[in-house]
Ligand binder design. Structure first.
Ligand SMILES: [Zn+2]
Length: 155
């Protein structure tokens, strides 16, 4: 949906609707899988060189667990979406679907372990990873592997 900046009135523009999952155009290997249409309800204001957006975004996704690499359902719900678009010189319009696509990609959690997504669920690879990290720790000098220490802290 192309929006021309000259068409945005001073009091702002209110748009709501949905875009198909195809706006994401991601590889099937990507850690984010859009699973259906995404819904938006947005207020758009034009300022000098900047377009500002606020509203709500929702949509069904699957996210890949960073540990077991399984995909799990995730309902994205951003009730207080708020962002700005810096306009290029002479830019006269923008595509709303591109703004919304970026916003989902920026805000979806990355490398989340599936136990953080699903209640009462243990990542099938969690124990294995803990064991590998545990043995790495005993082989190394204390503090020798900051990543392993950080991973243990996160548990
Ligand atoms: Zn997992």
């Amino acid at each position: 949906m192309e929006i021309f900046i000259k068409d945005i009135p001073e009091e702002g523009l209110h748009e709501s609707g949905q875009f198909p999952a195809s706006i994401f155009d991601l590889s099937p290997e990507d850690s984010i899988r859009p699973m259906g249409a995404v819904f938006y309800d947005v207020h758009i204001h034009a300022f000098d060189g900047i377009i500002s957006f606020y509203g709500t975004l929702k949509g069904p996704f699957q996210l890949k667990c960073g540990t077991c690499l399984e995909y799990n359902d995730y309902e994205a719900d951003f009730p207080e979406w708020n962002s700005d678009l810096d306009l290029e010189e002479k830019q006269r319009s923008f595509l709303l679907e591109e703004v919304i696509r970026e916003e989902f990609i920026l805000n979806l959690p990355e490398h989340l372990r599936c136990d953080e997504l699903i209640e009462n669920h243990l990542c099938p690879k969690a124990e294995l990873v803990d064991r590998v990290l545990g043995s790495a720790e005993s082989d190394e000098e204390p503090g020798g592997n900051p990543d392993a220490w950080k991973a243990l802290d996160d548990l």
